[in-house]
Design a protein around this ligand. Structure first.
Ligand code: CP
Ligand code: NVA
Length: 308
């Protein structure tokens, strides 16, 4: 069973093949209306369940559109509307869904929900974000970097702010795709040692630098994310903002990076908080391509899961 649970759990050659296929599929449908079918229909006859226990715009729409372009059908399910949210076990839900659908994508809180779903499902399961990781996002980010600047291997990526779920998947990708990553943020919000350890074990250079301006020096790619994630308590908002303010990505910070550096943000962004509009809408930013590439990258992920 080919689940797509995390970047560090997936073979690097398979990850590379998915990025390359995503690029080819994107090229093959340039200028086509969004609802037009792809030339090949690898998901014809397939039913995909998209389960959301947290809000989503990009993940929800890009998976739904991607499945349809490839000839499949989707059902979008809200966790709270399912029996899953009312006491049915994850294992039982996985067993039942496997009798109706060919593929399950789930966005949830606790990573254990994802892994239990995968353990008991007879169909592939895709991680659409948990409190700990967001692998589909970083597949799109790698694709976007390479589309603009060529191979990401050997490049310097700087993660600014909170060492959160998206940062974790960036660290996994550093190990699997062979790039270096500097984390700059407050010590209280450092990424988990496990994630850093994985990247280092694969030979990536991972640096922790508290001074944002020093960190960004000579960066090829600068990345920001929200200061308060969906799983963070709203009561921590003010404390987090106070800690994270020195890590805002603004024009002065971007000026430390290489002249042709890119800026990425998984979105949704909070303008003038973790990033200024000047950077988001400026010449370094590739955020709209990054959002679009969720669609193409996930289409390749789904094909890999189903072997089609
Ligand atoms: N980047 C991302 O996953 O966006 P959504 O929360 O809108 O799905
Ligand atoms: N770190 C953010 C990413 C949203 C796509 C969150 O988990 O809310």
């Amino acid at each position: 069973m080919k689940h797509f649970l995390d970047i560090h759990k997936t073979d690097p050659a398979d990850l590379r093949a998915m990025i390359d296929q995503a690029g080819r599929m994107k090229q093959a449908r340039l200028d086509r209306p969004k609802g037009a079918a792809d030339d090949t229909q690898p998901l014809a006859g397939r039913m995909v369940a998209l389960i959301f226990e947290k809000p989503s715009t990009r993940t929800r729409v890009s998976f739904d559109v991607g499945v349809r372009q490839m000839g499949g059908e989707t059902m979008v399910l809200s966790g709270s509307d399912m029996q899953l949210g009312h006491g049915e076990t994850i294992a039982d839900t996985a067993r039942v869904l496997s009798r109706y659908v060919d593929l399950i994508m789930i966005r949830t809180f606790d990573e254990a929900v994802l892994t239990e779903m995968a353990e008991y499902a007879d169909v592939p399961v895709i991680n659409g974000l948990t409190d700990r990781t967001h692998p589909c996002q970083i597949m799109a980010d790698v694709m976007t970097y390479e589309e603009h600047r060529g191979p990401i291997s050997g490049k310097k990526v700087v993660w600014t702010g909170d060492g959160n779920n998206v940062c974790a998947s960036f660290l996994h990708a550093a190990g699997q795709f062979g790039f270096d990553l500097t984390f700059t943020g407050p010590a209280q919000l450092d990424p988990e040692a496990d994630f850093v350890g994985f990247a280092r074990s694969k030979g990536s250079s991972i640096t922790i630098e508290r001074d944002a301006h020093k960190a960004v020096r000579d960066a090829d790619l600068v990345v920001a994310d929200t200061w308060v994630s969906m799983h963070d308590a709203q009561s921590a908002r003010e404390r987090r903002h106070n800690m994270l303010r020195p890590y805002q990505v603004n024009a002065a910070l971007m000026a430390q990076a290489k002249p042709d550096a890119l800026f990425m943000h998984c979105l949704p962004a909070h303008r003038e908080e973790e990033v200024t509009s000047q950077v988001m809408d400026g010449p370094h930013s590739v955020i709209w391509d990054e959002a679009e590439n969720r669609l193409h990258a996930q289409k390749a992920i789904m094909r890999w899961c189903l072997g089609v």
